[in-house]
Write a new protein. Structure first.
Length: 612
């Protein structure tokens, strides 16, 4: 093997190790790999930067803008909320409807964006139907992956294998080239989850057919986060030093480690909830609902002459206040920060009452210093309290916070009708142009993105924010690695070795081994990185064996997106871990059979549509 080829393989190996370690951002690792190839002389500067002008990279950036327009105008949310009208009440029917809708939306948007939109809808729908959220959220994540096999634009691996086909001098895949095998995989996958997979999902299924829908109340959330058992009640008496002070002047949280989460005052028709704001004045007769350790509450009561009430208080809020659940997605900027460092209260004008990590609630609440200084992690679920108008703004924070559930969520969503119609019209126009091949795909996508900005379906500043630049830079940085593998002969050596092992093997066996290896690689690398590495290998392998590359490339695309067996295989899976209360082995138990079933279906169906 030539020295350049050995050096390229060494850089690739180091890159994969850094990807798996997850210590550095993926885009940073890709840039380090690109610079290593350039500084070592393996790749020229022009070849190293060629990835940034690649059509697939520009298409992906444009598609993020298209998805942002559908989200900002309310179209995506409107589609999500139509689920409730057709979902029914039985668990099996709800699961089929939810998975079908998720797959349909995922065919035209990123999988992560789809789940971020549907998470609060499905979470609230599950609670209203009396179904444990764990019974639906994992199927939603799986359906998002299955839906990504339906169209050319649904996921980066599809675009990357199409670009590899173009580079090989063949006609690239069209918009619906994936739909026939994709539908077969989707039907098999949904059938498995609804039948066998449903039996292995965590959560009790005996409530699945429990009759009429019910509302999700504040009491439900308070009970789920154990606020009903953690709250203590203190009364302001005539002798209390707290009477006449404001909440801000009393400084209870900083001085005593106790947080006031509710204030009730006796009214003519019973207790009335008062807003918990810094300028709220304590008066005689107020009953405080507080969170904190027993010792801290006892010190507070003694210091201000408060009467400790023996009964557990009922959690209540003023009419203009509410609570909701939010989860930190994988790329959230809040991950790694504490609530204090993130200035969460000032930034979102809301308070965090509790945090859930993994399957259970942390034994810390907003009342304790420990919670304010706890490092947040991707996948953490936060119970947030604030004024309803401020909580509604959290719907637009999908990059850093994804809304999971809210009490009595409105069945209707705000849709800007004029802009929504424009967004739908432009998007449909883009799909038609791509389906009939009237323009190159990259031109169609960029035209759509520009028209959506001009039609004010998405603001220019929001268009830039909508692009997941980590994915864009990752792809642009890894394309030169694939080029270097080809140019230095490393790819040829690998293909020759594989060809020697598979001499005389049937094409179906070769395809099966290829998708199996791709899927295994996809368990530790992102689907984008996996496709970038495996697509050139698939083309060369097909050429060496005298076979058509199309079925091998579709197999690589499907296997790259088959992220079912582990919760860390995809950001989509990370999003549902905490809201569903899943453990690592829950994904393995339910997802591994599905992953093998998807791969087997791919090996059987793809050659029937795309012959060798």
């Amino acid at each position: 093997m030539m020295p350049e080829a050995a050096l390229t393989l060494a850089i690739l190996g180091a890159t994969i190790v850094l990807f798996v370690s997850d210590r550095l951002r993926l885009d940073l690792v890709a840039m380090m790999s690109l610079l290593a190839l350039t500084l070592s002389g393996v790749t020229t500067v022009s070849d190293a930067l060629a990835g940034f002008s690649n059509p697939a990279v520009l298409m992906i950036a444009g598609l993020f803008i298209v998805g942002a327009a559908l989200t900002d105008t309310g179209v995506a949310d409107w589609l999500g909320h139509r689920l409730e009208r057709v979902a029914g009440s039985g668990e099996a029917r709800v699961m089929v409807v939810v998975m079908g809708a998720t797959a349909l939306l995922s065919a035209f948007m990123s999988s992560t964006g789809t789940v971020a939109i549907l998470l609060p809808v499905v979470g609230t729908l599950a609670l209203k139907r009396g179904i444990a959220p764990a019974r639906l959220l994992m199927p939603v994540a799986f359906a998002a992956h299955l839906g990504s096999n339906l169209t050319l634009i649904s996921t980066p691996p599809n675009l990357l294998v199409s670009d590899a086909l173009r580079e090989a001098g063949r006609e690239p895949f069209r918009f619906f080239s994936f739909i026939v095998p994709g539908l077969a995989v989707l039907v098999i996958g949904v059938a498995y989850v609804v039948s066998l997979g449903r039996r292995m999902l965590p959560g009790k299924a005996d409530a699945a057919d429990a009759g009429a829908p019910r509302s999700l109340t504040l009491g439900d959330l308070a009970m789920e986060y154990e606020l009903d058992t953690s709250l203590r009640a203190l009364r302001v008496t005539a002798r209390s030093k707290l009477a006449g002070l404001t909440l801000g002047a009393a400084n209870l949280r900083a001085d005593f480690g106790v947080t006031v989460v509710g204030i009730a005052h006796a009214g003519p028709r019973g207790p009335l909830a008062k807003r918990v704001v810094p300028h709220a004045v304590f008066v005689v007769g107020d009953e405080l609902r507080v969170l904190g350790s027993d010792s801290a509450i006892a010190v507070l009561a003694e210091r201000f002459g408060l009467e400790a009430l023996p009964e557990r208080p009922v959690f209540s809020l003023p009419d203009e206040e509410s609570m909701c659940e939010v989860v930190l997605p994988r790329r959230s900027q809040l991950a790694g920060q504490t609530l204090r460092e993130a200035k969460f209260r000032d930034r979102y004008r809301a308070n965090v009452l509790a945090i859930r990590r993994g399957g259970g609630s942390l034994p810390v609440f907003h009342a304790t210093p420990e919670l304010r200084d706890l490092k947040l992690r991707a996948g953490d679920t936060l119970l947030v309290k604030g004024r309803q108008k401020h909580l509604r703004n959290l719907r637009d924070e999908r990059r850093d916070l994804v809304l999971v559930a809210e009490p009595d969520a409105p069945s209707a969503v705000l849709v800007d009708r004029k802009r929504a119609l424009a967004a739908v019209g432009v998007t449909l126009g883009m799909l038609v142009v791509m389906a009939f091949g009237w323009l190159p795909n990259v031109v169609a996508v960029l035209l759509a993105a520009v028209f959506l900005v001009l039609a004010r379906c998405v603001r220019p500043a929001d268009a830039y924010r909508a692009v997941n630049w980590e994915s864009v830079v990752l792809i642009a940085g890894m394309i030169p690695v694939s080029t270097a593998l080809e140019r230095t002969g490393a790819m040829g050596a690998a293909v020759s070795a594989v060809e020697a092992l598979l001499t005389g093997a049937r094409p179906t066996v070769v395809l099966g081994l290829l998708v199996l290896f791709t899927s295994a690689l996809g368990m530790v690398l992102s689907n984008t990185t996996t496709a970038l590495l495996m697509a050139p290998l698939a083309v060369r392998l097909a050429g060496a064996l005298g076979l058509a590359p199309e079925p091998f490339l579709i197999g690589v695309a499907f296997a790259s997106s088959a992220a079912f067996a582990t919760p860390i295989a995809s950001p989509v899976n990370v999003l549902v871990i905490a809201p569903g209360g899943y453990r690592f082995n829950d994904f393995t138990r339910v997802g591994l059979p599905l992953q093998l079933l998807v791969l087997a279906t791919t090996v059987i169906v793809v050659p029937l549509v795309w012959g060798f």
